[in-house]
Design a protein around this ligand. Structure first.
Ligand SMILES: C[S@@+](CC[C@H](N)C(=O)[O-])C[C@H]1O[C@@H](n2cnc3c(N)ncnc32)[C@H](O)[C@@H]1O
Length: 379
């Protein structure tokens, strides 16, 4: 069966792909159709054909799935923020669970571990504590899904209420601006419930990284503290790689651990150092360089926490990590694909490591993104 761009096809959607689109098949040829739900029967127009799959655009829903939900946002589908507001939250969670399972099976060829049930987000909406918005003259919005076209909205259903209130203030401030200037504003709700705004030049760089879902981040912090348990006289250090502003370093130090945190972002390290105690030390450096430096000094760490960005860890980092003689590695990831790759690399670097369990968490409801925490131990 051959297909061509512009052709209309009828498809049943069987799952949601990492990236958010619904997946349908005709004679084993895979179609990705955004804004469909598992169980839908749809008509879609083919817009791009590759060797093994095609991208298609939803034309109409022939039979809606029971997995569908009413999207509360009136710019859903236009704005680039959410992919899954039309999917019932329970189904979103099921799909994320499968994403993690498949990533480990496909990429790491790993089945010998416990995959725990995903922890739902305490809030399905209004959970985000930071946002990047655009203004164009007196107009305010997000960029649209596929272009730099501004999509205006009244309230963003993902943002915490205080941030939506702040948007109202910004609209007021810009209402008499001439319609040519485009700006980017980053807003951030601090732990003290105060709003910080970036200036236009810094684009929020001064904030450094921070977890976007405050309540789910507390669950993640608790899990990290639980998995490292209590320190003993012979075992009391944790190397916190990609530590950011010390999001996990401080809860761990409170339960008695000495923390050696490393992050490349100066602002994050400055924030961490401003809260430092005698149990925490922070180095502003590239993690690989710091590992090499520590190894040259003959330092060892039985416990390592890894929380890299979406791209995961460099292969050299995971190889060099072994010179620090780790026994327990706790890996936090916002990308199951790079986690799968990195776990395979850790195993290749030392086959005595075992993946004990993986716990997915929903940090980003209404989007396809999924977070996980995994325990890797020497056997
Ligand atoms: C996913 S964030 C985690 C931050 C922190 N653990 C938290 O929970 O807030 C990843 C962090 O890695 C840092 N980073 C990225 N590449 C790095 C590198 N090569 N060396 C050190 N830090 C790096 C970023 O600055 C960012 O703070």
């Amino acid at each position: 069966m051959s297909f061509e761009v512009g052709q209309i096809v009828e498809l049943s959607i069987d799952s949601l792909a990492h990236g958010g689109a619904g997946v349908g098949r005709l004679n084993d040829f895979v179609f990705f159709i955004p804004f469909t739900a598992p169980g839908d029967k749809v008509k879609a127009e083919i817009i791009e054909i590759k060797k093994n799959y095609a991208q298609a655009e939803l034309k109409n829903i022939l039979t809606p799935s029971s997995a569908r939900a009413e999207a509360p946002c009136n710019v859903f589908g236009k704005c680039g923020g959410c992919q899954w507001q039309h999917v019932d939250y329970k189904i979103q969670l099921e799909q994320k669970q499968k994403t993690v399972e498949h990533a480990l099976a496909r990429i790491a060829k790993e089945a010998q571990f416990e995959l725990k049930k995903i922890i739902p987000s305490p809030q399905e909406f209004n959970y985000r504590n930071r946002a990047q918005i655009r203004t164009q003259g007196p107009r305010l919005g997000f960029y649209s899904r596929n272009s730099h076209e501004l999509v205006e909205f009244k309230n963003c259903h993902l943002l915490e209420p205080a941030l939506n209130e702040e948007l109202g203030k910004i609209r007021n401030e810009i209402k008499s601006y001439p319609d040519c200037k485009t700006s980017k504003i980053e807003m951030f709700l601090t732990q003290q419930n105060q709003i910080a705004r970036s200036n236009n030049k810094s684009h929020g760089q001064e904030f450094g990284f921070s977890q976007v879902n405050t309540k789910q981040n507390e669950n993640l912090q608790n899990l990290v503290v639980e998995v490292f348990d209590t320190p003993s006289e012979q075992n009391n250090n944790i190397l916190d790689l990609f530590c950011g502003n010390g999001n996990f370093s401080f809860p761990l130090s409170k339960s008695g651990w000495d923390i050696y945190g490393v992050d490349l972002n100066k602002n994050a390290i400055t924030q961490a150092r401003s809260k430092a105690t005698e149990k925490t030390f922070f180095s502003c450096n590239d993690c690989l360089k710091e590992i090499k430096k520590l190894a040259l000094k003959g330092r060892t760490f039985k416990n390592i926490l890894l929380d890299p960005p979406r791209i995961g860890c460099q292969e050299a980092l995971l190889k060099n990590l072994m010179s620090l003689k780790p026994e327990k590695i706790v890996y936090i990831s916002c990308n199951p694909t790079t986690f799968g790759r990195d776990w395979a690399r850790i195993k290749a670097a030392n086959p005595k490591f075992k993946l004990k369990w993986v716990q997915p968490l929903d940090m980003f409801p209404q989007t396809f993104h999924v977070e996980l925490i995994a325990l890797i131990e020497l056997t």
